[in-house]
Write a new protein. Structure first.
Length: 576
């Protein structure tokens, strides 16, 4: 009997690729898998799932059921994810770094039918399931994929269900994490939008450095390359020396075995900063090879996202790479990628995340008046830029927060044109016309560009009636040689409502560059910024720390940071 999979767009694309072309490589071992092997292994794993889900012969189907899994970044992960999608079930990727109580919360909240684990994480899965759960998922140990079939003998049948998809959990910075439901149609729309915008190709080899329980690692760096027929090379967890050595390998004459050039890299600013900080410690030979590897001649596309990209990081990467410019984009769990700069270097404007991606509609809604900011209305009568919340709609937007109808309802707003509700992102931006940008042949990359100012709740500081973008202040601070990391936050002020404050990690220069050879302080900071920022934007308080905690995607929980550093609750902007 022939193996079968539903005729979903992703499986149709995979089956049409050359079955002998490479889809996945394990970087450390060099082991590689073809698209022909992939389609066979997914069909085989789907059949095994159906048997495992038949709990003690009860004949229960897994259509629409949540299937959680703990599998390392690997070919095994790809097959596991796709076999769940092929079963019309909802894949719930779990982070192996989460403690057991957080994993139990996700299993309970998602009402997971099964927990799949690879051999690497069997012990952790057993620990998670042994106590404290309201639900009772089937404990299923997936076997390592030892593929041998390459003939692509899999039949695609018309899809009979629309219940499948993926569910990712938010970071939970303001409340318990919420399950974001992304049906298969949404995952397809997100992938096809990126496929058009970033021009993924079968000849691309993407170095995958990201965790896979986030939208960035899954859609940008896994599903979309599979749609395109690209090669995905897993090198995880991130290690700067290993990344530099892998990038350099094709350009080292004495390499023991030839390695293909990396053409596509998508990462977070923390990774780029770490690569830049360690490059000078490489041998001269490695330095020369890596510079060549990341140059525009060989690295077709380098992307930064998931957190704001400091302009000094962007400039330093460009200098190191002989002019390769990092492409910034904007997205979130609920919407995938929504905004992006273009492929033309002129379309990668400092501080901007570009334009709405293909199939995405975006608008700004004034944070003071609640009115839509139309084209030509980007400034008020006094010439000040109007801050607006980004609202989005289109086929790439999630459908609901799982088992949380009140949260779902509160995050969507009705439209006036009857063409669907708008999702309120909670992120604030301004729009500007940039004459030098938007001139390429990418039709979607036209018009006014978006510049993120920060989260509505944490990054927009209202002081004395003025609005301050924490991200703008951070960009200027990071241009100072005395500062290696910083986070700008709001503190309560009896006089101003809120005041601007900064948490800072000093560079080596900053530890001795203050008055009298001492470490830098608040007065030094204010003096350095006085010609860069208007006075009310300059931090009034500064705390020096050894490190600033970030999550796996490089984001900072600023509310928690304020509590940790100042020992009090974060302030809420005053009503106006």
């Amino acid at each position: 009997m022939a193996s079968t999979l539903p005729k979903l767009p992703l499986f149709s694309a995979i089956k049409e690729h050359d079955p002998n072309s490479i889809c996945v490589v394990h970087s450390a071992s060099g082991r590689r898998f073809t698209y022909g092997e992939l389609i066979n292994d997914v069909a085989a794993e789907k059949a095994k799932l159906a048997v495992a889900a038949n709990d003690k012969g009860k004949g229960q189907k897994i259509e629409g059921e949540r299937i959680a899994f703990l599998v390392e970044n690997s070919y095994h992960y790809v097959v596991t994810l796709l076999s769940i999608l092929g079963s019309h079930a909802i894949a719930v990727p779990l982070s192996p770094t989460f403690p057991p109580h957080e994993l139990r919360y996700i299993l309970d909240q998602s009402q997971a039918r099964m927990l799949l684990s690879s051999g690497t994480f069997q012990e952790k899965a057993d620990e998670v399931l042994k106590e404290g759960l309201e639900t009772h998922p089937i404990n299923y140990k997936t076997e390592s994929i030892m593929s041998g079939k390459k003939d692509g003998n899999v039949t695609l049948e018309d899809s009979t269900s629309n219940k499948g998809g993926m569910m990712l959990y938010t970071s939970g910075t303001t409340s318990r994490p919420k399950g974001v439901l992304l049906p298969q149609s949404v995952l397809t729309a997100q992938s096809l939008s990126l496929l058009t915008a970033w021009d993924y190709r079968p000849t691309d080899r993407l170095l995958h450095l990201l965790p896979l329980h986030h939208i960035h690692g899954t859609v940008n760096a896994l599903l979309t390359p599979l749609f395109a027929g690209s090669t995905i090379e897993f090198l995880f967890p991130f290690n700067a020396q290993a990344v530099w050595e892998r990038l350099a390998a094709p350009f080292l004459p004495q390499a023991s075995k030839p390695r293909e050039k990396i053409t596509f890299l998508t990462a977070v600013p923390t990774i780029y900063n770490r690569l830049l900080a360690t490059h000078s410690s490489l041998s001269p030979e490695l330095q020369d090879a890596t510079k060549k590897a990341i140059s525009p001649e060989y690295m077709r596309l380098n992307i930064s996202g998931s957190a704001a990209l400091p302009i000094p990081t962007k400039a330093a990467w460009s200098a190191l790479s002989s002019g390769n410019v990092l492409l910034e984009r904007y997205g979130m769990t609920e919407v995938g990628m929504a905004l992006s700069c273009g492929l033309d270097f002129a379309d990668r404007v400092d501080g901007s995340v570009g334009w709405p991606l293909p199939s995405v509609e975006a608008r700004l809604v004034d944070t003071e008046t609640g009115k839509v900011i139309l084209e030509g209305e980007e400034t008020d009568k006094d010439g000040k830029e109007r801050h607006g919340e980004i609202q989005l709609r289109g086929p790439t937007i999630f459908t609901e927060y799982w088992r949380n109808p009140s949260a779902t309802a509160s995050e969507f707003v009705e439209s006036d044109d009857g063409r669907g509700k708008w999702f309120k992102t909670g992120d604030v931006a301004v729009c500007r016309e940039i004459p030098s940008a938007g001139q390429s042949d990418q039709e979607w990359a036209k018009g006014r560009m978006f510049f993120i100012q920060g989260r509505k709740s944490a990054d927009i500081i209202k002081t004395g009636g003025e609005k301050v973008s924490a991200l703008e202040v951070e960009r200027e601070m990071l241009s100072l040689p005395q500062i290696s990391e910083c986070a700008v936050v709001a503190l309560p002020s009896d006089t101003w409502g809120q005041k601007v404050a900064a948490v800072v990690v000093l560079s080596k220069n900053g530890k001795t560059g203050g008055r009298g050879g001492k470490a830098w302080g608040a007065i030094d900071l204010r003096r350095a910024l006085k010609d860069m920022l208007v006075n009310y934007k300059i931090p009034q308080e500064m705390k020096v720390v050894e490190s600033i905690p970030r999550n796996a995607m490089g984001k900072i929980n600023k509310k928690q940071l304020v509590m940790d550093v100042w020992g009090g609750r974060p302030t809420t902007p005053p009503r106006q």
